[in-house]
Design a protein around this ligand. Sequence first.
Ligand SMILES: Cc1ncc(COP(=O)(O)O)c(C=O)c1O
Length: 365
Amino acid sequence: MSTARVMSSEYMWWAKTRSHATYNLANSGLVGYPLAELPVKIEDLEINGPSYYGYEPLQRAIAEKCRVSTDCVVAANGASMGNFLALAATLEPGDEVLIEHPTYELLVSAAQYLGAEVKRFPRRFENNFQIDPRDVELAISPRTRLIVLTNLHNPSSALSDETTLRTIGAIARQTKARVLVGEIYLDALFEKTPRSAFNLGPEFIVTNSLTKVYGLSGLRCGWILADPELVQKIWRLNDLIANSPAHAAELLSCIALANLDRIRERSRELLAANHASFNRFLEERDDVRASPPAFGTISFPQLKSGKVDQLCSLLREKYETSVVPGKFFEMPDHFRVGLTCETEIFAAGIARLGKALDELSQESH
Ligand SMILES: Cc1ncc(COP(=O)(O)O)c(C=O)c1O
């Protein structure tokens, strides 16, 4: 992997300019939760407020949700800023960072931008994208300062259990490295959501937000969990970049966090229905390969023959449907499907995906 300084993200550009479609199966976050469904009155909002190193009520609400103390929380502008700050606070130029492969592209490009030397450890399709800690052990070096993974995994939704995470924590301790875990999809397990990796030891740093599982991307309510000393360092680093957030969004985030149960119910129903139709789709097809996902907002099937880019073009041009090409996850024979849009639109989207796959296979015969 090159250590050249990158100044942009190909994936983000694609996501912002090329992923939109009537049948949008490219989105990993639930379709937007409407403001009108939240119990918000205009008097609840204000433009300016006491937000310095966090807005106290929001700090408390995040800490309560995560069952940690407020001095372990940095509120951030989405998990995006959370990831960037966590990487920037733990990596010096030239430091080695060990990142899962495949992964969310921004984690790699942000680390490269910061001048870190990016190394990878594999998560194999044949192993359902589970992490084998021996791969981490093989790839780590005395220069590794940070190990980075996502749980649930983006793009596959694979869940890493506590034993695996603890083993990775122990490997990191050997070289005084830390472990950054992006937990932005973890709440998609609903009542089965395991406790955060933050609880597993001082080497763990966690990022999260209300974007994906709750459909609240526009609030930009993200956060970092870290030990209080690192939290202070991150707050001071944030002064260089973001000063303080939009206060109205902080107030709305407090209201959203107070109403998370009702927001969660909508997500649970929608994902249950979409999982059922997606699993039927996978059963019926022999041209794509993926183990039927039991949870999560995304799946990462392999196209058994043919070109994913051709599938994506056909989908967009003829079927008004989008999926994420696997090349953005460095696995060009895969594509990522989001199970996140309204049930009828999702069902119509995968029917269109089926038609495009049929058409491709007829062309190749
Ligand atoms: C692993 C991971 N982290 C962070 C983000 C961005 O999250 P947010 O919208 O909270 O900034 C994404 C979005 O796809 C993601 O997959």
